[in-house]
Design a protein around this ligand. Structure first.
Ligand code: SF4
Length: 335
């Protein structure tokens, strides 16, 4: 059961909402009135990668419907227990591009800094679902090492805060981290990769927006939204506030079998994102991460879907169809 205190009134702050996350498969099943016959296998998959679902996201899921496209992104399944041989814990070989703890440096000019070891939601298809957060555990001491590396590497001009989700950090920690990055003269941009505007939209507070606006760095937020049902009024409000603050707002989506692999859904997603101030940026083919093979669709199907998007949308609403190939220093355009 969801505790009574969490049911009685909608949590008043994003911090409370973060504390109210569902982390137990049984609670998830009860809250969504799912058939309990599927619970044992969900519990087994939960042992591999924990359930995490925010209440705002849960509220957009249709009760009793195992085929709900939002539920399928967060529901642990038996299919996670087995994967084809070429699927791995580190599908993008990030551990080979980890010059110091907490830094992934694969691409020219930009570097990824692990800002948080957790997300507000655990997406079952996540390419970092098996990432070694212990070895890259974010802390001020470790960030000092990461920042020293960035300082010593003048070819880097952009820092990407990722994780985990950097917006689970408090404003004061985020502010401290951005202030440290600002002190590195060759850094001109800071990018935040986050799913919180979608799964915990109250995280987008005036204080957070001010924090990003007042930075000397060009601020970019790349959100992660896969389905139009993920966008409700609270999400639109949060995204519009970011857009009105002059922060560049882009979306990356992942093509997921039986969730968003149809043209109508993808077209509606692009339209709704743009209405909320977001430009569709990337449409990713699934990475070969262990436990998520059942989300994958063939490349030929992805190309056909992308062609249908091109035929029905203006060019600026058609995201680039891409795949990440390990050790390649850029994303690979499929089409
Ligand atoms: S929000 Fe992003 S990083 Fe976090 S679990 Fe989902 S896909 Fe992975």
């Amino acid at each position: 059961m969801i505790p009574r205190t969490q049911q009685a009134a909608y949590p008043p702050s994003w911090q409370d909402e973060l504390k109210s996350i569902i982390t137990c498969p049984k609670v998830l099943f009860e809250a969504l009135e799912l058939p309990l016959s599927a619970l044992p296998s969900a519990q087994q998959a939960h042992a591999l990668f924990k359930v995490r679902v925010t209440l705002p996201y849960l509220n957009r899921i249709k009760k009793g419907d195992l085929n709900d496209p939002l539920l399928k992104q967060v529901l642990p399944l038996e299919a996670e227990q087995s994967s084809p041989e070429h699927y791995s814990d580190d599908p993008l070989a990030e551990s080979h591009h980890n010059p110091v703890k907490g830094v992934i440096h694969k691409y020219h000019g930009r570097v990824l800094l692990i800002a948080a070891s957790q997300c507000a939601i655990n997406c079952r298809y996540c390419f970092r679902r098996n990432f070694d957060y212990q070895a890259n555990s974010p802390s001020r001491a470790q960030w000092q090492e990461s920042l020293a590396y960035i300082h010593q590497t003048p070819s880097i001009n952009e820092v990407i805060l990722s994780g985990g989700d950097p917006l689970v950090l408090s404003d004061s920690t985020l502010s401290w981290l951005i202030a440290q990055i600002e002190q590195i003269p060759h850094i001109t941009r800071v990018r935040i990769h986050t799913r919180l505007p979608i799964v915990l939209p109250h995280r987008i507070t005036p204080a957070l927006i001010t924090l990003m606006q007042r930075s000397r760095l060009n601020a970019i937020m790349v959100i992660h939204c896969n389905h139009p049902n993920e966008i409700d009024n609270d999400v639109v409000q949060a995204l519009t506030a970011i857009k009105h603050a002059g922060i560049t707002l882009l979306n990356q989506a992942v093509l997921l079998a039986n969730i968003n692999n149809n043209a109508q859904t993808l077209i509606a997603l692009s339209e709704q994102l743009f209405n909320a101030g977001v430009l569709p940026y990337y449409l990713h083919l699934m990475d070969t991460v262990k436990g998520a093979a059942h989300f994958s669709i063939p490349e030929s199907e992805a190309i056909a879907l992308h062609q249908q998007m091109q035929a029905n949308l203006p060019g600026f609403l058609v995201p680039k169809l891409v795949r990440e190939i390990p050790h390649r220093a850029h994303k690979t355009l499929i089409f």
